[in-house]
Design a binder for this molecule. Structure first.
Ligand SMILES: [Ca+2]
Length: 110
């Protein structure tokens, strides 16, 4: 059993719609296999398959949106951003960076 993979702009648009609209636009997908000669079938493993490598997986690769105030690149604004900014004061961080990190940090709560 080999791996199958799908990519494309339509697939990306579907996933983005699920992110934007939640379950309202998630009707799933139907896998339609192209006919090869007289054959038109594709076998997929179930999630209960005893061989983990044969179980279906869904991998979504994405670029996370920028996180204003996340000075240390951890993906969230936390206390460490404030100390990171102060430790790197003026190289490259400025008062604007400190203000932004502090505002965002207070939004999510210390
Ligand atoms: Ca951070």
């Amino acid at each position: 059993m080999g791996a199958s993979a799908w990519t494309g702009a339509g697939l990306v648009a579907d996933v983005q719609g699920w992110v934007d609209d939640g379950a309202a636009s998630n009707f799933g997908w139907i896998v339609d296999v192209a006919r090869v000669g007289n054959r038109r079938a594709k076998r997929f493993g179930r999630r209960e398959n005893p061989t983990p490598a044969h179980r279906p997986t869904l991998t979504v690769e994405f670029t996370p949106p920028p996180c204003p105030g996340d000075a240390n690149g951890s993906g969230q604004v936390e206390f460490h951003d404030l100390t990171f900014i102060l430790s790197n004061w003026r190289d490259p961080f400025t008062f604007d960076d400190l203000t932004e990190a502090l505002e965002r940090w207070l939004d999510v709560g210390p």
